[in-house]
Design a protein. Sequence first.
Length: 340
Amino acid sequence: MKKFRKVLCAALTGAMMLSMAACGSDNKSTTSAPSTSGGAATEAPAPSGGTIKVGVVNNPPSESGYREANVKDMEAVFSKDNGYELKTSYSLKNDEQLQAAQGFITEGVDYLLISAAETTGWDEVLKKAKEAGIKVYLFDRMIDVSEDLYEAAVVSDMAKEGELAVNWLLDQKLDSYNVIHIQGAMGSDAQIGRTGALDKQFESGKMKKVVQQTATWDEAEAKKIVESVINSGEDFNVIYAENDGMAKGAVAALDAAGITHGVDGKVIVMGFDCNKWALRELLDKKWNYDGQCSPFQAKVISDLIKSGNAPASKKIINEEKGFDAKTITQADIDTYGLGE
């Protein structure tokens, strides 16, 4: 009987949301995501009928500047003032994320939002969410599950990010490409996508893999990887780091060894995420390239929730770009940079 009342209440709330939908009815608004701001200030008021309970399973804000911006965006949009009751759980471990998601299902949230640490292992939890009438939205990263288990995925095209970066590197027309490849957390959508394009170059023989090792997004670990290569005496001229923090750690190792880097330096330095401090390194010609990864998905999901409309596409892609040290401007940093 308790379960029946809960289902009936959810159905009535959904009907009221549909009748009061004021945003998201234009299909164009559900096929792309904003790339520069979360837009919390323009958030539509919550529909009448009670607070919307949202459970967010995410990576911790300490992971990177990108993640800090992503967490802040979620908290700003899914706020009490906007009609939400927000519950959050943060972990870099997939098993802990799975447990948190199961906990939110048990608590009876209305919506479950997930940025998964790994792409696999989510089938059973998402099936339980569906059985409980809880709608699931993926954000930031895809996971390997059937599309019928989630409403929509508001994500970056990680494979395209990798392709843009690698194509930029090929355009530099170096005599040789000896690459230190510092990977993010293995099995994450970001790592898989940003690794894929580079692996193709290694396999083709156009680029040489000096080392390919994960630093799990950590600056200090990235520094150790580069220090190890320097101490080995092996030649390299490219550092491809899958986030800005790891690129920063790599550069610290280069500086300690007196190895030049950036525009006109010995080593090309590449990062991802477009933190403002990282883009300033490009502007100062100390780095060479930074790939954008937008952390702002919350408003797109909130608009879909409050409209009650199904998105035109299950996969909603953030529009992103890459920045070159030779062409970046302060205006680019002001517009696209994350943090301070």
